[in-house]
Write a protein that binds this ligand. Structure first.
Ligand code: NAD
Length: 456
């Protein structure tokens, strides 16, 4: 079936209202839950086949997080959907005023390869909760996972309600030429711009979940051992290929040596110098990305690590001594290389960071509330943590999204429901009273009555 026909079938299904009721939404959420939990091993195997991600990592970051999110939506959906009564000003008296949460319609969800199940299905949960039909386009760079998703969705859902369309740039381009009611894109800033341009043709609202260089700032008073553990935990999950991985460390110069020593200890205790792709460590997604990282590595001053293997696409967690102008400080790294840059005066931190596009995440390591607030108030970033990395994604009460070049809009929990809903304001008036004074012809008396009643 052509892409155009799938889209028009979905629009017809949306119009006939089959996805709107709370019963329908909950039953689809439960069906999705069943799909994920019944086939979690197959999904994790497909991810492992694509880029050697260990089962435990896939289970925690892709399967568990989705099941948790579905349960959260099932629990809260009634309250989110309920029309909200609001007050009104005297000019609208007497009236009842209600905000309805309407589904947007037929939505397109384009996923990235690095969490190929999570990044495609996490937005889908919001789309279902909000009462939409959805087309999913998983990343072609994780082909085994993309095919597995297609196969499972064909078994569990009718295509006029949820459909998986596989393919690369040409398929995505064709999808983007269709008229959707919302486009949810996860991927690079470069492709995000292409998506937004295409969406503008149909004035389609977009959510863009993009990337960036997310800093980890380590202040002089930080607990250095804990900082090293948590930064390297965030940097080595998924082989460093996480949109919110700490991209580089900005550390007070007096603590640099201590941080390097603590980093060596952390890396050694995590992996015992025994890296096994698919068991305790993840490979780089493909040779294009592998070669890009090797190129950066060759231009860098390696302090620790640096071992690589092109056959298995392995890159060791690597500490790099860096300066702001280095090649590795230009773009998002998306691999297990960690540049360390120093500063001497706290005031330098926002000055340096604000020269770069606002990152998706930012991490602050300090015991001082003042220093935390100083950064939070002076450096724009999507979201982040104090004394941790990545964990903010685990809380559905926190919105997840970027700012500027790292994206627009947000999701997770109720933010997902809101992203795929449209707020519709309705004023409900009784037929009585119906005073003549509101209708033309107007005269001086009308104006003086109006001014007396509604004086400002
Ligand atoms: P990508 O932008 O290359 O691809 C994402 C999607 O866009 C894929 O489905 C792909 O098929 C499609 N695509 C690629 N080129 C296209 C084109 N020319 N026209 C139309 N569609 C096109 O990103 P990626 O390599 O899959 O993922 C890595 C990037 O995604 C990193 O920058 C990372 O930070 C970001 N990311 C962001 C988040 C987030 O939640 N904010 C999560 C994961 C990854």
């Amino acid at each position: 079936m052509s892409i155009e026909s799938i889209v028009s079938q979905q629009k017809a299904a949306f119009r006939d209202g089959r996805t709107r009721s709370i019963k329908a939404r909950k039953s689809m959420l439960k069906q999705l839950r069943k799909l994920i939990s019944t086939h979690e091993k197959e999904l994790c195997d497909a991810i492992k086949q694509d880029f050697g991600k260990p089962y435990i990592e896939s289970y925690v970051t892709e399967i568990y997080t989705l099941l948790d999110e579905i349960d959260y939506h099932l629990k809260n959906l009634y309250g989110w959907m309920k029309p909200e009564s609001v007050g009104g000003p005297i000019v609208t008296f007497p009236s009842k005023n209600v905000i309805y949460k309407q589904p947007k319609g037929t939505v397109l969800i384009i996923g990235a390869w690095n969490y190929p199940v999570n990044l495609t299905l996490m937005p889908l949960i919001g789309a279902i909760s909000a009462g939409n039909t959805a087309i999913l386009k998983p990343s072609e760079l994780a082909p085994a996972t993309s095919t597995k998703l297609k196969e499972l969705f064909e078994r569990y859902f009718k295509p006029d309600v949820i459909s998986v369309i596989e393919g690369g740039v040409d398929v995505t381009t064709e999808l983007l030429s269709q008229s959707f009611d919302h486009i949810f894109f996860t991927g690079s800033t470069r492709v995000g711009k292409i998506v937004m341009k295409a969406a503008a043709e149909n004035l389609t609202p977009v959510t863009l979940e993009l990337g960036g260089k997310s800093p980890a700032i380590v202040f002089e008073d930080a607990n250095i051992d804990v900082a090293a553990n948590r930064i390297w935990w965030g940097k080595t999950i998924n082989g460093g290929q996480t949109c919110v991985a700490p991209d580089f460390v900005l550390i007070h110069s007096s603590k640099k040596e201590a941080f390097i020593e603590a980093s060596k200890k952390a890396i050694s205790s995590f992996f015992k110098n025994d890296y096994r792709i698919g068991e305790n460590y993840t490979a780089i997604i493909n040779h294009v990305h592998f070669d890009r990282l090797i190129d950066l590595l060759k231009q860098s001053n390696v302090i620790f690590g640096g071992d690589t293997n092109r056959d298995t696409r392995f890159i060791e967690p690597t500490i790099i001594d860096a300066e702001w102008d280095d090649e590795i400080m230009k773009d998002e790294i998306f691999g297990p290389l960690l540049p360390v840059i120093t500063y001497d005066d706290d005031k330098e931190i926002p000055l340096q960071l604000n020269k770069k596009p606002a990152p998706l995440a930012l991490y602050i390591f300090t015991e001082s509330k003042e220093k935390q607030e100083f950064i939070i108030q002076h450096v724009p970033f999507g979201g982040g943590c104090v004394n941790d990395t990545i964990s903010h994604l685990g809380n559905p009460n926190l919105p997840f999204g970027g700012v500027g070049f790292s994206g627009m809009g947000s999701y997770h929990g109720k933010y997902s429901f809101d992203t795929f809903s449209r707020e519709q304001g309705v004023l409900k008036k009784p037929s009585w009273p119906d005073p003549d004074v509101r209708y033309p012809p107007y005269n001086d008396l009308t104006l003086s009555v109006f001014k007396r009643l509604f004086s400002k």
